[in-house]
Structures are given as structure tokens and as C-alpha cells.
Design a binder for this molecule. Structure first.
Ligand code: ARG
Length: 718
């Protein structure tokens, strides 16, 4: 802060200490509920009594006159809400930021308030048009720290906050309001003398609550209940140790008193009908920052970036998704440009300015936007920020975390497509300029890794115009599917399996032991034998149970044909493991004739590669089970490369693991009796993922039946 500013502050400080405080009010001559612009006004149009309102207002005026100097602005006919002077603007020192009302019902008040501020010698600041900010209703100074709490979400825009920070030279902490009953900050938040804070936490999102808790120590926070909140207990006028408010509960009164305040209640029920109470009816017109901390303050944490989106933005709902995710994450947006595609097939383009209250939230928003195909557009040159890896296996902080979607990074002015696309990896740029998705453990010193979101874009196929179409085959999350729906989907999958096989494509199956328990093994064996499966992924258990069934007729000791446990059968699977261990491998066990049918038998005899990934609960394990998990992951991803379709059969672990390794563009069919597993994979949210909630044995038998139906007249026996 420079010397002159210091002097002004000092002068104002002295003024503040010596002069009486000034408040602005406006008599309710024209007050009424004429329209509905907040939930309180609903059902109250013309229901308030002017006479009672006048009496209540006079009473408040009387109380305040006993404490401070009250000035009046002339009420204007046709502007019934002008009584709520808190919304005239925001004052600090000799500056006033004039309100820009969101609703046209109140915009006509602006010139009258402006004239009043000017007549009193304030320097008036005006925000750009279409940038709503509703004055001290949405901006409250902390009484100790000197920073400004500013609300957004309903009436004021987040983008107005940086202006406040700049013009008033004050740190602004943005708080997002999420309950429309508390549409202005002063309806649920009231900083009090000595750093106390009276507030209603559920009116704010969790990030804002965290911010409040970081700034205001627990013993200074007076949290109120909903019953008091809806009586506008937070809409209080605080003068030194006095708190003037509408009637509140005895309990709350006691708590405020215990904090060293005198509660002065005055009825304001007529104004509640318009969504206001004591604080709304006043504007403090001498506001001086009273803390030296202000000098060290930062202007405002609000960040802004510009992104571009192209595609069937309206038809596919991408634009809604983009804007929703911005606000759901606590940001706000301004659509700068929207070129709507003119014909059915033409794509649209949107340029959107995104603001977020902090760097962290901006990062979250950008991550999600880039995932749906947005491209950052606010830098002259596109360039990914690269930082070197300083320790093997450790990425720089803020490294860009990859997704399943084809990704490009801009290196030296050129967009380069990433190799080995998968999710949860870092993007490493090699010396020759190529880009690769690398797992953390594979990073080595010398790699350069993309950090932040600049110069990164994901390429999304323009989503189908017709989203209903995709619904037809994907009904994840819709609970257990009806049998007819399962049949329909099986027909579709059978058709695709045929196509893939006949054109020499690649189907990868990942499966759990439930395939065997539910009687699905012979059907899966059929698929392998008939050339539908090109790679098999599983764990120790599926192989053991499958071979137990083929060699001893039981699966985990249960006779599948009769559905009963065999005496001593629980030892069967250990015996199978032991035998295979004696042979040295599954291949050798098959060659020796120990295993004569089943899934593993077909894999071996048809030369289908399989990977069995080990886990902590594995018995044995089989000699083929890869107990080194990193190696197992590597082998899995090798098998997945080039897949056209992955059939995930009843194994949550393997399905999710496989999902993480697989880039977008590979069709995934996930079959599980547990809807949660199926939904988890549907998060991929694309046309490519199909979920079938059903018994896997039943699914496989239907699938094989359907394939046989489509096959040549020569039916192949199972
Ligand atoms: N009816 C007015 C509105 O909706 C009430 C304003 C209350 N003012 C306040 N600072 N909370 O704008």
C-alpha cells in the first residue's frame, strides 16, 4: 500500500472511530409484494399490509436511530423493493460499487441509488452491463480480518468479485449459495464485531463451508438452525455489541448473548413476505477496513479461462453437461459466443468464459471440461506445460491425469496424439516429440510430463444426435433388466460377436469364477472353440474352478449338475491346484490329459492366450498365475491392445482393472448380477459401454443359443 493510501485509510479510520456510524434506509411508502423474484414472495403477492409494514419499519428506524446516524433516500413510486437499501450498492471508504440487479423488477432502482451516492460525494463504480451484483446484500465485510465475503449463485455473478477486489482494494472470499431461500448472502451470513460469525451452513456448498471454517475459528462461529434461519435470524444489523433482528428462538438469543452481544428483537414479518428483514432494510454507508492485515491481502482468488466446445452441442446435451459441471463445481460461466449449426448434421461451436473462486476448483472444472472435449482457448499460443521428472516413478505435482479418450498435447506448436491411451496415467513427451501415456511407476528421470491443462485436448467423436438410440442397448443403472431386455441385448451382442470373428477382429473376455459356478463354463468354452474369443483374462480362481469341474465334476466342491455339495468336496480345488502344480503348467496338464474339457482346455488347444492375475486370497496358486501384480497389469494391457470388444463377465476387480486400461473406442459389455458393478463401468458414459444386469450363466447360454441360431444349419453341440 502506498503512503497516500495509508493516509486516506488513517483519516477514514479516525473518522470511523470518532464519527457516528451512518446507515441508509428508505421509508416503505411504496412497499408491497408486487411480483415474485424469490421464494418468499411466492403466494404473498399483495398480501402484505402497508400499515403494518410502516409500523414495523418505523420501529426498526427508531431502534437504529438510537444507535447510529440514519440517512434516508426518497422512496420512488413503482419500485416497491427500494426499501431494501442493502441492495443499493457496496460501500467502502468513499467508494461505492453500484448494484446491477439481476431482475428487471429491481433494475429501475439503480439510477436513484446512484444519484444518492453521488450526492453524498461517493465515487461510484459501475459494473459492466449483464454482470449482476446486488450490493451489500451479497457482500459483507468481516468485522475483524477486513476481508470481504462475497456471495454468488443466485443474484450476483462470481465474475463481479474481481471488480470488487480491484476497485475496493480488498481481499474477496467468494461463497457459493445453494439454497434458493437464502438467495442473498445477508440472508444466511452475518459477520459480527470481534470476528464472530452468525450463519446457516447448509445454505453454502461444501467448498464455501470449508473456506469459512478456515477463516473463522470454531469458537467464533455461531451456527444457527433452520427454524431460526427461516426467520431471517442472520439478517441482523450489528452495531458494536448490539444485534438488531427479527424475533428469534430463545436458545439462539442465549448463545448470541453468551458471546457478549445484546440482542434487540423487532418484528419485521411484513418484510419477510418479500424475502427481507433488518439487514436488508439498511445499508451501512461508513465502512472502513479496520485491520492492518488488509495490506497483506490478496485481491481475489477468482480465476477465469476461456474454452471452446464443438459438436452436436444441443442435440447431444453436451452444452448442458458442460455448463452444469461448471456450476456444480462452484464456478460460473458466460457464453461469449454460440454458433448454432444450421442443419441437422452441422455442428455447433460455443466459446465460454469460465470463472472459479479458486485455482483448485478451476483445475477440477478444467479437467472435467477437457474430458468432454473442451479446448482451452485463452492463450495466444497453444503449448502444453512440460515439467521434468526428478525422481523415477514420481510425476511433477499438477501432472495432467489422462482419461480413456484420445488425447493430444501441443508440443512446439504441433498437436501430437498420445500413444497407449488409457486412464490415470501421465502424459510423457519423449525427446523426439512423441507423446505417451505412462503409468507413474514407469516414469523415469529425464521424462518431460504435461502439467496443468494448457495445450491438452481430448478428441471426442461428435456424439450421436440421437441419444435415445444409445439407451436401447445400454440400460445400466436401470436396475435388474427384464428378461426380454436381456434377450434383446443378447441378440445384438451375438450379432456383433459374429461380425468381429468373421472380419478377423479381436474379442477379449475377462471373467471371474462365477462363470463356472453359474454353469456358464461350457458356453464360454464353446465361444473359445468357435473362434469368437481371441484372449482370455482372469484370476487364479476361474482357472481352478474350471479345471476342477472338468476333472472332478465339481466347482468349489459343489456338483453343478445336481446343485449339491459333495462330501469332502471343499478339498477338490486344492487337489486340482496340486495336480496342475505337479504337471508344471496348465498347458502341460492339458497335454497330459488331466484336463479334457472346459475354458482352460479350449484356450490351450485353440492357442488362445490367457493371463491369470494373482491376488491375496489365491490358494496355491496355479503355476500360471502371475503373482507379481505389476507384471500382471502389464500382461493384461498387452492383451487388451487392439481389442474391438471386451466381454466382462462377473468379476468386479478384473472388469474395473480392464476398464482403466482400455481407451475409448473399444466396445465393452459388462455382465454382472450386481448392478453396482455394471453402473461403475457405465461411468464411461459412451455408446460403447453396455451393461447387462443378469446371471452370467444365463447370459452365456442365451448368447450361445443365439449364435447357434445364426450359424449354419449344422448345429455345433456344446
Ligand atoms: N424482494 C427483494 C428481492 O428479492 C428482497 C431483497 C432483500 N434484500 C437483501 N439484502 N437480502 O430482491
Amino acid at each position: 500500500m502506498d503512503v497516500t493510501k495509508n493516509c486516506i485509510s488513517l483519516k477514514l479510520f479516525i473518522l470511523f472511530m470518532t464519527a457516528q456510524l451512518n446507515y441508509l434506509m428508505c421509508a416503505p411508502d411504496h412497499y408491497d409484494v408486487d411480483y415474485v423474484i424469490n421464494p418468499w414472495m411466492e403466494g404473498n403477492v399483495h398480501k402484505s399490509s402497508r400499515d403494518r409494514a410502516v409500523v414495523q419499519w418505523q420501529k426498526l428506524y427508531g431502534v437504529l436511530k438510537g444507535l447510529v446516524n440514519v440517512e434516508l433516500v426518497t422512496p420512488e413510486k413503482g419500485w416497491p423493493d427500494m426499501v431494501f437499501t442493502a441492495n443499493a450498492g457496496l460501500v467502502l471508504g468513499d467508494k461505492a460499487v453500484l448494484s446491477r440487479f439481476l431482475h428487471k423488477e429491481r433494475q429501475g432502482e439503480e439510477p436513484y441509488f446512484k444519484a444518492w451516492f453521488e450526492s453524498k460525494g461517493f465515487t461510484v463504480f459501475e459494473l459492466p452491463k449483464d454482470l449482476p451484483f446486488e450490493g451489500a446484500g451479497d457482500a459483507l465485510f468481516d468485522r475483524k480480518g477486513g476481508w470481504l465475503w462475497a456471495g454468488y449463485g443466485f443474484r450476483s455473478e462470481l465474475d463481479a468479485h474481481p471488480y470488487l477486489a480491484k476497485w475496493l482494494d480488498v481481499e474477496v472470499l467468494s461463497l457459493r449459495l445453494i439454497d434458493n431461500r437464502f438467495y442473498h448472502l445477508d440472508t444466511c451470513f452475518c459477520p459480527l464485531t470481534g470476528g464472530y460469525l452468525l450463519y446457516y451452513p447448509p445454505a453454502f456448498d461444501s467448498y464455501s463451508n470449508r473456506l469459512i471454517e478456515m477463516r473463522v475459528p470454531a469458537d467464533k462461529r455461531i451456527v444457527i438452525e433452520e427454524a431460526d434461519a427461516v426467520n431471517f435470524a442472520c439478517n441482523a444489523v450489528n452495531v458494536d455489541r448490539n444485534v438488531v433482528m427479527n424475533k428469534i428462538s430463545d436458545g439462539l438469543k442465549q448463545r448470541i448473548t453468551n458471546a457478549g452481544f445484546t440482542v434487540i428483537e423487532t418484528p419485521l414479518t411484513e418484510f419477510l413476505k418479500a424475502g427481507g428483514a433488518a439487514k436488508c432494510l439498511t445499508l451501512r454507508t461508513i465502512e472502513v477496513p479496520i485491520s492492518s492485515e488488509l495490506e497483506a491481502s490478496e485481491p481475489s482468488g477468482v480465476e477465469a479461462r476461456i474454452v471452446e466446445l464443438t459438436g452436436h452441442l444441443l442435440d447431444s446435451g453436451i452444452i448442458n453437461r458442460a455448463l452444469d459441471l461448471v456450476t456444480d463445481n462452484g464456478g460460473s460461466f458466460q457464453v461469449l459466443e454460440f454458433n448454432l449449426g444450421e442443419q441437422r448434421q452441422s455442428t455447433s461451436l460455443a466459446r465460454i468464459r469460465i470463472s472459479a473462486p479458486s485455482h483448485d476448483l478451476m483445475e477440477t472444472i478444467m479437467g472435467e471440461l477437457i474430458e468432454i472435449g473442451a479446448v482451452l482457448q485463452d492463450r495466444d499460443t497453444c503449448a502444453a506445460n512440460l515439467e521434468p521428472v526428478l525422481q523415477d516413478g514420481v510425476a511433477p505435482d499438477d501432472f495432467y491425469v489422462s482419461t480413456i479418450y484420445p488425447t493430444e498435447a501441443c508440443v512446439d506448436g504441433v498437436w501430437v496424439r498420445c500413444n497407449n491411451q488409457r486412464m490415470d496415467a501421465a502424459i510423457a513427451i519423449s525427446a523426439d516429440g512423441s507423446a505417451n501415456c505412462k503409468l507413474l511407476r514407469d516414469l523415469v528421470v529425464g521424462d518431460r510430463v504435461v502439467v496443468g491443462y494448457d495445450g491438452v485436448r481430448t478428441i471426442r467423436k461428435p456424439e450421436a444426435r440421437d441419444t435415445a438410440k444409445k439407451e436401447e442397448f445400454s440400460f445400466m443403472g436401470a436396475g435388474v433388466s427384464s428378461e426380454r431386455r436381456v434377450e434383446l441385448i443378447v441378440e445384438q451382442i451375438a450379432w456383433e460377436l459374429r461380425q468381429i470373428r468373421d472380419r478377423g477382429g479381436k474379442l477379449v473376455v475377462s471373467c471371474g469364477p462365477v462363470v463356472v459356478h453359474t454353469g456358464g463354463a461350457p458356453h464360454l468354452a464353446y465361444l473359445i472353440r468357435e473362434g469368437y474369443v481371441q484372449s482370455m483374462l482372469g484370476g487364479n480362481a476361474i482357472a481352478v474352478h474350471d479345471m476342477e469341474q472338468s476333472s472332478m465334476g465339481t466347482s468349489l466342491g459343489v456338483d453343478l449338475k445336481r446343485g449339491i455339495s459333495v462330501k469332502g468336496g471343499h478339498r477338490h480345488h486344492l487337489k486340482v491346484i496340486n495336480s496342475v502344480r505337479r504337471y508344471g503348467s496348465i498347458h502341460k496338464a492339458v497335454e497330459a490329459g488331466f484336463v479334457k474339457t472346459g475354458v482352460m482346455y479350449e484356450c490351450v488347444t485353440n492357442n488362445i492366450p490367457f493371463v491369470l492375475a494373482g491376488s491375496i486370497r489365491d490358494d496355491g496358486p496355479l503355476p500360471d498365475t502371475v503373482m507379481d501384480l505389476l507384471e500382471a497389469q502389464r500382461l493384461y494391457s498387452e492383451q487388451i491392445r487392439g481389442a474391438d470388444m471386451i466381454l466382462m463377465l462377473s468379476s468386479m476387480l478384473h472388469s474395473i482393472g480392464v476398464g482403466n486400461m482400455t481407451p475409448a473406442g473399444v466396445k465393452m459389455v459388462c455382465v454382472d448380477i450386481n448392478p453396482a458393478v455394471v453402473t461403475k463401468l457405465s461411468d464411461r458414459g459412451s455408446v460403447e459401454s453396455v451393461g447387462v444386469v443378469t446371471d452370467v450363466g444365463l447370459f452365456l447360454s442365451l448368447l450361445v443359443q443365439q449364435l447357434k441360431k445364426m450359424d449354419s444349419p449344422v448345429a455345433v453341440g456344446v
